[in-house]
Design a protein around this ligand. Structure first.
Ligand SMILES: [Ca+2]
Ligand SMILES: [Ca+2]
Length: 183
């Protein structure tokens, strides 16, 4: 294991039959841009959600602090099939993925299962760069579990908030899906 990963925190919990499980927690914080020591640890979090996902292994948890996430790595975010949970620390009111009209928020197109969990984000200003549907979230042939998210003010030729094709994804507590008035 590379040394920068050994510093990651672990969440330990006991299963009903007494096994001690350990999940790594990988931290993301928009306040720490350009930290040369960024590793996903609590003291040196990544500044892009995709960076955390890229180092995550199945059953890891990515915790995203309150803030506004923009730029490369914070739009067109893909789980790449990983069975991980990507959670905001404080809920969708205070954790915003702002695509700035340069892409979608999240794309699930790797056959994700409900073990891929997206929890507690506000996704705004999504606009697909090429293929025209699903401005905020696009789901293709995948079944992710999306909960407690607000998807609003996104643009697309159709299904501007969320588009899903050949998918049976789970939506819990999707608080608000609104269209941009220009649509
Ligand atoms: Ca970074
Ligand atoms: Ca923050």
């Amino acid at each position: 294991m590379p040394p920068n990963q050994s510093r990651l925190s672990h969440l330990q919990w006991e299963t009903p039959n007494g096994h001690l499980c350990s999940e790594r927690i990988i931290y993301v914080d928009d306040d720490t841009a350009n930290d040369p020591l960024e590793s996903g640890s609590q003291s040196h979090p990544f500044d892009a959600i995709q960076e955390a996902i890229d180092v995550a292994r199945d059953y890891d948890i990515v915790i995203v602090s309150d803030g506004t996430y923009t730029g490369v790595g914070n739009r067109d975010i893909r789980f790449n099939g990983k069975a991980i949970a990507v959670r905001s620390e404080g809920g969708p009111e205070d954790c915003i993925v702002d695509c700035q009209g340069n892409g979608r928020g999240f794309i699930f197109d790797f056959g994700e299962s409900p073990e891929s969990v997206l929890d507690g984000f506000q996704i705004i200003n999504g606009r697909p760069q090429s293929d025209g549907a699903g401005g905020g979230i696009l789901i293709v042939n995948s079944n992710p579990h999306i909960k407690n998210c607000q998807v609003r003010d996104n643009f697309a030729e159709c299904a501007s908030g969320l588009d899903a094709r050949s998918s049976t994804f789970v939506l819990d507590n999707m608080i608000q899906v609104t269209l941009n008035p220009e649509n």
